[in-house]
Design a protein around this ligand. Structure first.
Ligand code: SAM
Length: 216
């Protein structure tokens, strides 16, 4: 049992069983179609922060990548380890904004994924987290984020985070935007409720053109 709840994880443990089923029913390939070109084709090292059920970690592992899956909610991480027992996945109980365990290891990743997690941090935590995230990606590597907008599910801690703020924060850490895409939710109920998503991608240390602003 942990001494204190990790800020951002509120509401997840209580609903873990049904959320586990829901998240596992989503296709990793479909949700990351817009950023596939940023995933190395040769076996690489991928960091998935807020890895939930391990769906994406398992998908990356099946492609031949080594994955570090960071998930502070025991009620996700423990069943995720049982469901996706891959020798290519290392599971870590660590959390944003500090990522203390991870940073102490001094590793650099080809890709850092933050899928549906950044909006769980408040403004101060986002400012603290960005330098840590940026320091975990190698030169030329990518940071990929999916940020949820709209109504907040009961019991969760979530903030409205603009792509502009996130891009500005990332740029101060040498992360150059290469994608800024707004989409509707793929889940019927959420779409009707007005949930939308921003997909953002950044490349470290490379001067790219400004991101195309597209609607899908
Ligand atoms: C909406 S779920 C997304 C899970 C997974 N990335 C996916 O796309 O299916 C958000 C996840 O972020 C995790 N989370 C919340 N606050 C966090 C924090 N401060 N640091 C790391 N992970 C956090 C939650 O425990 C939960 O697993």
């Amino acid at each position: 049992m942990k001494s204190a709840q990790v800020s951002g994880t509120e509401g997840y443990a209580e609903e873990a069983e049904e959320l586990f089923e829901l998240y596992e029913s989503i296709s990793a390939a479909d949700s990351h179609r817009a950023v596939l070109h940023l995933i190395p084709t040769a076996p690489g090292l991928i960091l998935d922060i807020g890895s939930g059920t391990g769906r994406d970690a398992a998908w990356f592992a099946a492609m031949g990548h080594r994955v570090v899956a960071v998930e502070p909610t025991d009620a996700f991480r423990l069943p995720a380890m049982a469901l996706h027992p891959s020798p290519r996945i290392e599971w870590l109980d660590d959390s944003l904004p500090d990522l203390a365990l991870l940073l102490a290891r001094g590793e650099r990743f080809d890709v850092v994924m933050l899928t549906a997690v950044w909006m769980h941090l408040d403004a101060q935590q986002r400012r603290r987290a960005m330098p840590n995230v940026a320091s975990l990606v190698r030169e030329g590597g990518a940071v990929i984020m999916e940020i949820r907008h709209g109504p907040v599910p009961a019991g969760r801690r979530m903030f409205e985070v603009s792509p502009e703020e996130t891009i500005e924060l990332a740029q101060t850490q040498g992360l150059h935007p290469v994608l800024n895409l707004r989409t509707e939710s793929s889940q019927d109920q959420n779409r009707v409720a007005g949930v939308t998503w921003t997909s953002l991608a950044f490349v470290k240390g490379k001067n790219e053109r400004p991101p195309p602003k597209r609607k899908r």
